[in-house]
Write a protein that binds this ligand. Sequence first.
Ligand SMILES: *Cc1c(COP(=O)(O)O)cnc(C)c1O
Length: 337
Amino acid sequence: MVDLRSDTVTRPTPGMLEAIVSAEVGDDVFGDDPTVHLLEEKMAGLFGMEAAIFCPSGTMTNQIAVKVHTEPGHEVICDESSHIYRYEGGGIAFNSGVSVRLIHGDRGRITSKDIQDNINANDVHQPVTSMVSIENTCNKGGGSVYDFSAIEGIRKVCTRDGLMLHLDGARLFNAIVKTGAHPVSFGKICDSISICLSKGLGAPVGSVLIGKKEFITKARRIRKVMGGAMRQAGYLAAAGIYATENHVDRLKDDHTRAHEIEEVLGTMPYVQEIWPVETNIIVFKLISSFKQEVFINKLAEKEVLVVGFGPQTIRMVTHLDIHDQDVEHLRTVLKKL
Ligand SMILES: *Cc1c(COP(=O)(O)O)cnc(C)c1O
């Protein structure tokens, strides 16, 4: 099976399984798990931030960030396609009692001017704008990457107006590998960063939230309330450590394969439009006479799995378990449709 539905479908590699079974563990709710501590220290260190907390999912790390950075009745500014808004079950309202100001950005990317224009006045009628959330890379934007200078501009506005800046970095390592930016440069200008270990990095479970010590202390309390404090979580953390040590540089191979797929799609008569491929996500639109559902089913019959991503739109994601022969198989299937 060539499973291009998401980069979350990967299975642990033999090396990762080895790291998991040999992990030293303890009860992390008692603060006793050395492997969880090690992962948290490593991630904080890598981004040059003070502290980190290991959580079961990226939804949880994002939602904890909103909860800690805001008060009920506040407002968060983000792009309309943000995961934090569209794909987390309304958690911003549910968990934090916070409203959202949506920006129509450029494939998921917003600008400092967008933020400036959407900060509420100090007026009792309006929610208090207290937080900005950006996504890098942007999932719904087709893996689009921010220019670092754009984030610097956003930081300036946030600092001037006293807003917290959260970076949903579920796929931040894809952006780092793509641009060559140093992780510390993101740590320096964000108040919090969430990183998924279970996307391109290939760990089975987990996300890490990174920030200042005081922020992470508060996050620990919220994680407990949400039911996300885990016991011998070192087995999962070990997979995360292994992933950050072994699966970062290889993300460039995912990007190369995504470009190869983009190239093939570009020559197919039934493809109307392909979004510029920047990292490991390929999004394209089918011509109206080739129904999305038919396309998905035909591929599935040939052992290729993809997902719909809006009307007539398809998403494919490359990852650790997609090899050159899989791209070759896909090419053959696409040509015969
Ligand atoms: C996957 C993802 C998350 C977190 O998702 P979980 O499935 O809860 O781990 C957050 N943000 C983005 C952009 C994502 O792609």
